[in-house]
Ligand binder design. Structure first.
Ligand SMILES: [Zn+2]
Length: 452
């Protein structure tokens, strides 16, 4: 039975968004099949099920271009000892002992708690980058089952690295290949090929990845998040990170380079030439104190810039706001990070990136023929809300807590703030029960890494 969402103020999304008051959307199967005045559509589809939006905004669900479900168990960790001094120390003291601590149960629950957060706060598609060196095989299946259970849309991969030896490096490659194949026909889930970062991949590993990749497949990799990645690459081969990976022919229009905080002009030119997507994670960059990427320079030169959260909460408007503030402060210049650019990156570019993985599907706008991936937002503007000023309403007015309904591919995952596909209390209770074991394992691996 088709569903008619009535009495919505529809924000279409897309490059030139429209705002349509008193509008109805007809959802049939996974798709939006009609948009028009509520009265007209009620008359045309009298037998459709109804969902009265009561004047709320209906807009495309948020997309996160780079995240890490596996980091969920870092929530609330009070790490003993002096705080880490720099990003390499944060990797060694926090993330690498934590990913080693994950078994299949912890992988599943890390994903589920992140996905609950996404449904509640209107993030409908997530591009995840996974690591669990002591549970590599089938880890992407475990995550995929969690995504399937929620009804969300996701692109998954495993971070190949040789930091735990070449056997695990090869296991990572196998996991990517197997899952890319297995997810090929799934309506809402895809696999891609993950690499951790140049600084944890030797030449033999990069060559093995190149040999494993099928034609046209891209990679999803951290690039120059901190200077250490560039210094390591220069030490290894006298080339910078982007050139080094290019030597192994890993860049193409399906590749994602996360961060790119410390890439130089030559690297940027090469990324543009190869058509690589660059994702920005401002909350993470500030937390790790790695610096501010050249947002405005990248926009000006036409880079394919996207927005992610790097494992922070799945409340993407928080990253809109952080990007908006970060670059202004970093340059002491209020002209930086214009709101209209943030809108284009987060709404338009993120959607184009996701569409590349779901060939033939139209994602990220509310129009006839598009996937019904949308949210209802209970936002009451007290100044005019227009297509021209939408970015600044979002930046200064929207909160994730205003999301009351979430739909993906025509399925309602949350309505009136009630989760329909997940039992939040049960998931949180199960995750909490497992936490002591994960944290004990983490502490053990953290001690090992300190003493080695
Ligand atoms: Zn990341």
């Amino acid at each position: 039975m088709p569903l008619l969402i009535t009495n919505a103020t529809v924000i279409t999304g897309g490059k030139t968004p429209q705002i349509l008051p008193y509008t109805a959307l007809l959802i049939d199967g996974a798709l939006i099949t009609a948009i028009g005045p509520t009265k007209a559509l009620e008359a045309a589809y009298p037998h459709a099920d109804r969902l009265d939006a009561r004047g709320q905004l209906a807009m495309p669900g948020m997309i996160c271009a780079h995240t890490h479900f596996y980091g969920a168990y870092a929530r609330g960790m009070a790490i003993a000892g002096d705080p880490s001094e720099n990003f390499p120390q944060i990797l060694q003291r926090l993330w690498w002992p934590l990913d080693k601590a994950l078994d299949a149960d912890a992988v599943r629950l890390s994903a589920l708690v992140s996905l609950v957060d996404a449904v509640k706060h209107g993030t409908t598609t997530l591009i995840d980058h996974h690591a669990s060196p002591n549970a590599i095989e089938a880890s992407l299946n475990v995550i995929s089952q969690a995504v399937d259970q929620t009804g969300l849309r996701a692109v998954l991969c495993y971070e190949v690295t040789d930091r735990d030896g070449m056997d695990k490096m090869h296991a990572g490659i196998e996991e990517n290949l197997r899952f890319m194949q297995a997810s090929h026909d799934h309506p809402r889930i895809r696999g891609t090929f993950g690499l951790h970062a140049s600084l944890t991949l030797n030449d033999e590993a990069l060559k093995a990845c190149r040999d494993a990749l099928t034609d046209g497949a891209g990679v999803h990799v951290h690039v120059a998040e901190h200077e250490a990645d560039e210094e390591d690459s220069l030490r290894r081969c006298g080339m910078r990170v982007v050139q080094r990976l290019d030597q192994f022919d890993l860049w193409n229009g399906n590749s994602i380079a996360a961060h790119c905080v410390h890439v130089d002009e030559t690297e940027r030119a090469l990324l543009r030439e190869r058509g690589v997507w660059i994702t920005h994670q401002p909350r993470s960059n500030m937390n790790n104190a790695v610096g501010a990427m050249d947002w405005d320079g990248m926009i000006a030169e036409g880079q394919k810039l996207c927005l992610g959260n790097d494992g922070f909460t799945n409340t993407m408007w928080a990253d809109w706001k952080t990007a908006y503030l970060l670059h202004k402060l970093a340059h002491r210049d209020p002209r930086k990070a214009n709101g209209a650019d943030i809108y284009r990156v987060a709404m338009v570019n993120n959607a184009r990136l996701v569409e590349q993985f779901f060939t033939g599907q139209h994602i990220g706008t509310l129009e006839v023929g598009a996937q019904a991936d949308l949210v209802l937002v209970d936002y009451q503007p007290f100044t005019p809300l227009t297509a021209g000023n939408l970015p600044w309403h979002i930046l200064f007015g929207f909160e994730a807590s205003m999301v009351t309904a979430t739909m993906v591919a025509g399925n309602l995952l949350m309505q009136d703030r009630q989760l329909l596909t997940l039992d939040e209390r049960a998931i949180m209770a199960e995750a909490l029960a497992l936490a002591p074991r994960v944290w004990e394992n983490y502490t053990r691996f953290a001690h090992q890494s300190l003493s080695s």
